[in-house]
Design a protein around this ligand. Sequence first.
Ligand SMILES: [Fe+2]
Ligand SMILES: [Fe+2]
Length: 363
Amino acid sequence: MTKPKTIGKGTVDFKQEFASSKATNAQMINNRKIINGDDDGLMQVYPLKHPEAMTIFKAQLANTWMPEEVEMTRDIEQWNKKGHLTDRERTLFKRCLAFASNLDGILTDSLVTNVSRHVTSPEVRLVLARQGFEEALHVLSYAVMIEALSMDSEEIYGMYRQDKVLYEKNRHVLESLGKIAHPDFKTGTFSGDQTFLEACVTYQILEGVYFFIVFLLFYILKRNNKMPGSAEMIQFINRDEDLHVRIFSFMINTIKKDQPELWTKEFQDKMASHFKSSAELEISWGIHCMGDGVLGLNPVNIRQYIEFIANTRMQAIGLPPAYKARANPFPWIDEMTQGSMIETNFFEGRVREYASGTLTWDE
Ligand SMILES: [Fe+2]
Ligand SMILES: [Fe+2]
């Protein structure tokens, strides 16, 4: 007799389940986990085990926007008007565009191909699918900016081949994601699960630290009445990224609750040094983009800013903050992001437990 073909990605064999399993929906939902849970692959999300994921998904849908709708007329005038932007501002604008485009390109591809295939909570996979779509929209946003400003696309897209600092930053990102990208990589063992958790921390850094110099530089231009359409595009992207940080914080914290044995002291120390080396890379990137200073930004205050953000991201997943910075040196950014950039209380997502057979649950 041939073995039934397994459909789905978790411990539930779809065909077996259909034919003979006595598992109820309530049992399956109670066994639902971010990784290594029961999952028949049919995306039957309700009732929810992870309502925080559905809250995020609905917030993503409410945030729907289109890059082509952003008004770029003033940017076109300013970009083409000699002397409106200094040479340094033009250089940093192009470098920011190049890096952000590279990183969103990497994320578009890797979320679905590397992360989602290991996730066994359908409601979390909904968020990741939408997140992949949003990263694709971000790639389109940079293309819209390049086209609107009649920039040399080869100069922007090919910059990583010419600019050693950008090349090294991209290489670091790809190497960080490499472990779970291997086709043989699997969860289900201590080391596999720890590697997946490490990858989630890496995504939290990519989404929550590595974009933030770029965002800051676009915002400081807008604050000085330069390139307002581009900054508006970045505001939309920033709003999406806030939710991406939130989903990875939720995934990390939930995996920690499900499998506390993974969160060893050694692992925490490794993640803390991961944050610190990433923050240093982001600060060096900022200095590379702007030189010794531009429009009030300088190596000292951008360091404070990135250290503050890194602290916030670390606290969101239960790591002690690595830096002294306790306040945002640029509080005016809140006006640009409707106060949503830094949220400290969003990460305590609830997990519901179902009463078997009734599909009701206790809060
Ligand atoms: Fe993005
Ligand atoms: Fe993102």
